[in-house]
Design a protein around this ligand. Structure first.
Ligand code: GLY
Length: 406
């Protein structure tokens, strides 16, 4: 889509569905619903003696299943921080001591990552969603040290010749070079945080360099991101962009673009540099201009079979949360577009179509994990739930005129 069409699309969006006066969401009621679903999951996790195996983490559930599937916590399980993070957000809403105690136990199963060489870039998802929220809400100094140590570990994957973090060391050979994936943008937040909280100031330089090189090479001229960028590890030259979880190399994989939207908004917050704010809007505007009517994207914007292709509620939740933040940094007209779009996304997600409701313990349904691999298609995903509750808390704070980040 060219820029003119994109702006026309956004304008239409402002005048019609984004300017969504009927989109109302009762954040307290939705957060209470999340609490109820979390308590169901905790009940599901208890054995006959009432004990929980904290080494097992909920990660996905097929649409027909009522309970979460569990995986053993390990360095390869990138999703293991989202369940403890969801518990922390639930504790933030409820101030319930039982939820807090469970959040601590699931969080502390991840401590080994701060003492283990980096497996890949996902350390930010793993440690900042769990320990990061835990430290924000409790100030526990042990948690702070785990985050600082893990940030140092993540930084070992930075290649100065390229200027980005190597996302998947295991794919150096088969992908033909230093690879960086769009998802990696989210893991920069832990580096910025560590640099500001007693860690090595160089960590912020690494995060900034990564954001800059990604901005320079990882996007097509229409601001749609590639999922994966391959670089020459010695010269740093960009070799090619390709996909891993999207439909094709040059299509918009919904969750990849959602990581870009959320990621550049966060980099602007952490640096105050307006070039990132400008870029966050560009990657957002191309996404908003091509959404289906309910603002929950198909798993890829060029997926075969649209309008019957599977949706990705996780991308909608990530973007809703990112847009609520972005709306606080832009002029009034743009703020209205972004906030209305986020509310519309949350209104759809909180409808019976997308909610787990009585049938499931997950908050949400209709997310897509890895379509090309055939895994978790039209499923509940723990990261969809994590960003959904985060977005609800952000919207509630905005309504109360509080700072969005809590
Ligand atoms: N980080 C993997 C994903 O977004 O599916």
């Amino acid at each position: 889509m060219n820029t003119k069409n994109m702006l026309l699309g956004l304008g239409a969006c402002l005048l019609s569905s984004c300017a969504c006066d009927k989109c109302q969401i009762d954040t307290t009621a939705e957060l209470d619903y999340c609490k109820q679903q979390v308590e169901r999951t905790l009940d599901d996790l208890r054995d006959a003696n009432g004990n929980i195996d904290y080494t097992m983490t909920p990660f996905a559930s097929a649409d027909s299943a009522s309970k979460w599937r569990l995986n053993k916590v390990c360095k390869e399980e990138w999703r293991a921080g989202f369940w403890p993070g969801t518990l922390w957000y639930t504790y933030e809403h409820t101030q319930d001591a039982t939820i807090k105690a469970e959040a601590e136990k699931f969080t502390e199963e991840l401590e080994f990552l701060s003492k283990t060489p980096a497996h890949d870039h996902d350390l930010g998802f793993l440690i900042f969603c769990s320990y990061g929220n835990g430290y924000r809400l409790t100030g526990n100094p042990t948690y702070k040290q785990v985050i600082l140590d893990t940030a140092d570990t993540l930084a070992t994957l930075f290649n100065p010749a390229v200027g980005t973090i190597l996302s998947w060391p295991r794919h150096l050979d088969d992908l033909g070079g230093h690879n960086t994936i769009m998802d990696n943008m989210i893991n920069l937040e832990m580096l910025f945080w560590a640099a500001k909280n007693g860690g090595n100031p160089r960590l912020a330089d690494i995060a900034r360099a990564h954001a800059d090189k990604t901005m320079q090479c990882h996007f097509m001229p229409n601001y749609v991101g590639y999922h994966v960028a391959i670089y020459n590890p010695t010269t740093g030259d960009f070799i090619r962009g390709c996909t891993h979880q999207g439909y094709a190399d040059n299509t918009m994989w919904a969750r990849g673009q959602s990581w870009a939207i959320y990621g550049y908004t966060m980099v602007y917050r952490e640096t105050g540099d307006p070039k990132y704010l400008d870029f966050a809007q560009k990657v957002t505007d191309v996404y908003l201009s091509q959404l289906p009517e309910d603002f929950v994207p198909y798993w890829d914007f060029s997926a075969p079979g649209i309008p019957d292709a599977p949706r990705d509620a996780s991308a909608a939740a990530i973007v809703a949360s990112g847009l609520l933040e972005l709306s606080t940094y832009v002029d009034a007209e743009k703020a209205k577009i972004y906030k209305n779009a986020a509310v519309k996304m949350l209104t759809s997600l909180s409808s019976d179509t997308y909610k787990g409701g009585a049938q499931k313990s997950a908050f949400l349904r209709h997310a897509t994990g890895h379509y090309p691999a055939g895994s978790d298609i039209d499923a509940s995903l723990i990261y969809a739930d994590y960003y959904y509750i985060e977005a609800l808390l952000r919207l509630q704070r905005l309504e109360e005129s509080k700072t969005i980040l809590g």
